[in-house]
Design a protein around this ligand. Structure first.
Ligand SMILES: [Zn+2]
Length: 577
């Protein structure tokens, strides 16, 4: 079971090729009868060889949606595709549009194609792409046929407006269409409430390359989704025979910029990460499309703390999210194997509950969670008297809470604070990225004194009905103003007004000031179960500021001027996790 994500840092996109010859395209169907295919000079084999070379140059693997008709005639070409590590998938047998076939004929076509391809290649075929993206609202029964003939995914929808194909209102990204099958649509970029084609076809030849690149980048960054891109072998072949009698529009579309495509593909391979479809939609390895568990993992290499595999660094919690107990076991096993393969010294799973009773466990950390009551005042009264007096003191000083759109004021407070504690700061662009990525689920609250000066700040996450204050900072004067006390009350008050139910005060180490501060709020500490699998060490790591090993380093760090610390810190902190 390969349901783990590895250290891939940027989005991997899927590169796909529809393997058919120039005379088989739908636009030429009125001019070349199917019975005449066998008399046409074939170009597909030499074009595929060029494509295989292009891919080999950059070490990229792709998915080849191949016609059964072609596979029967060029079995060695199909075997070359598979031998070189690419995925073989189906484009149907005779390039019939799904929309022009009755269910029985469609089932026969896709089943025959699968059988031919599997026979020729001795591999299992999982994917199908309908000719001319001819699956849409009018023929959703096709998905049942595909599942019945044993396919696991379809990539048959292009959610754009086009006269020959396209379903502009279809979902733009991978989704389940039935219990066995995923639909993985060709990529579009959303702009001014319109889907723009970003996944290849004639548009890739029509538009300047920079436009295609911009659109794909937009999908990778704004949507945080993989792009699904496709092209045809005949699109890199300017010398292909011209088909006679073809209408002006089809002629323009088919022959436009053929001489430029190979060069553009080279740029595309250079500018983005690409892989085969079944690797990009990685859970497909599991038959059926039901996800029962996920384990996010990150590889950390640190000159201070060594080499580890962690779920998750920079986070209080991590570990498996699963709906079945077996999935937890399977994912832990996969994680252990991955750590072994990577040569890690240890695997660390930051769970809230004990999952592996016989693994070594760190009992240094606890978490504080409390219920938020719907009545704002009741929350204030629930705070123990002494701490409540501190909150009132803050209110009395005229402190005000403001929500900031940017993390600028927060970062200044945070950097000042961590410097006083002798630890390096996370970079500002990390917080900017958090705000950008989590959008409304990430919020910066700044506390100002009556003069308008920011004295304390906190960056929180929202998850379901929980608020999780995660990063905080303040100035030395905050203490006399009771600004921190006021800040957490302000966050709690706002959360109560929003109808949230859990205040997750986050993780603290036993024996620290933060631990004592949270206990003062009347919260009971709950131990966290950080579990370890040790490969190349015999005790669990003690990577925390309480470790005497780091005291000297921290004392030195405190003496660095802040601008220097802020410049150097991010390079250090990458490895602290
Ligand atoms: Zn096709």
């Amino acid at each position: 079971m390969n349901t783990y994500a590895t250290k891939t840092s940027s989005v991997v996109n899927a590169l796909t090729i529809d393997v058919e010859d120039y005379f088989q395209v739908s636009a030429f169907a009125p001019y070349i009868a199917r019975s005449a295919w066998q008399d046409q000079p074939c170009r597909v084999e030499q074009n595929i060889d060029r494509i295989l070379e292009l891919l080999a140059e950059r070490g990229v693997h792709a998915t080849f949606f191949t016609l059964g008709w072609i596979a029967e005639r060029y079995p060695q070409m199909v075997q070359r595709i598979v031998t070189e590590g690419h995925e073989l998938a189906s484009h149907g047998y005779a390039h019939e549009r799904a929309s022009s076939l009755e269910p029985e004929a469609f089932f026969a076509d896709v089943s025959l194609a699968k059988a031919v391809l599997e026979d020729v290649s001795s591999t299992r075929v999982q994917g199908y792409r309908a000719p001319s993206f001819s699956i849409g609202n009018g023929n959703l029964w096709t998905y049942d046929c595909l599942a019945k003939s044993g396919y696991s995914y379809s990539s048959s929808v292009y959610p754009i407006r086009h006269d020959h194909y396209g379903s502009p209102h279809a979902p733009r990204f991978t989704h389940e269409v039935n219990a066995q099958l995923l639909e993985v649509p060709i990529t579009t970029a959303r702009l001014f409430r319109v889907n723009l084609p970003a996944g290849g076809g004639g548009y890739f030849r029509l538009m300047p390359y920079a436009v295609s690149r911009w659109l794909i980048r937009r999908v990778n960054s704004n949507d945080a989704e993989s792009a699904i891109f496709y092209f045809h072998p005949w699109e890199i072949d300017p010398e292909q025979p011209r088909v006679n009698g073809v209408g002006a529009r089809a002629r323009f579309r088919h022959y436009l910029n053929l001489g430029r495509t190979a060069g553009r593909l080279r740029l595309l391979l250079r500018d983005f990460h690409w892989d085969r479809m079944d690797h990009v939609v990685y859970l497909l390895a599991e038959r059926g499309a039901h996800i029962v568990g996920v384990l996010p993992l990150a590889e950390v290499k640190s000159f201070l703390f060594g080499h580890s595999l962690v779920s998750l660094p920079f986070c209080a919690y991590g570990g498996v999210a699963a709906v079945e107990a077996d999935a937890v076991t399977a994912l832990h096993k996969a994680a252990r194997e991955l750590g072994e393969r990577l040569g890690a010294e240890h695997l660390e799973l930051r769970d809230r509950v004990v999952r592996e009773a016989d693994w070594p466990r760190q009992d240094l950390y606890v978490t504080f969670r409390k219920e938020i009551m719907p009545d704002v005042e009741a929350n204030l009264l629930a705070i123990p008297r002494k701490q409540r007096a501190m909150v009132r003191k803050g209110i009395g000083h005229g402190l005000v809470g403001e929500i900031d759109a940017e993390p600028d004021r927060f970062f200044a407070l945070y950097a000042d604070n961590v410097h006083r504690h002798g630890t390096p700061p996370l970079p500002k662009r990390y917080f900017e990225a958090l705000c950008r990525t989590f959008e409304r689920d990430c919020e910066v609250l700044t506390i100002t004194e009556p003069g308008g000066k920011a004295v304390s700040g906190v960056l929180s996450f929202y998850f379901r009905d929980e608020v999780l204050p995660y990063y905080a900072g303040d100035v030395p004067a905050a203490r006399d103003l009771a600004a921190n006390d006021f800040k957490y009350w302000e966050l709690l008050r706002r959360a109560s007004e929003r109808g949230l139910r859990i205040f997750d005060y986050g993780r603290s180490k036993r024996g620290t000031g933060a631990f004592a501060f949270k206990k003062n709020w009347g919260l009971q500490p709950t131990p966290l179960a950080y579990e370890y699998w040790l490969y190349r060490r015999d005790s669990i790591p003690e990577n925390n500021p309480l470790n005497p090993k780091y005291r000297v380093l921290m004392a030195l760090w405190r003496r660095l001027p802040i601008p220097v610390a802020n410049l150097v810190g991010p390079h250090l902190v990458k490895s602290l996790g």
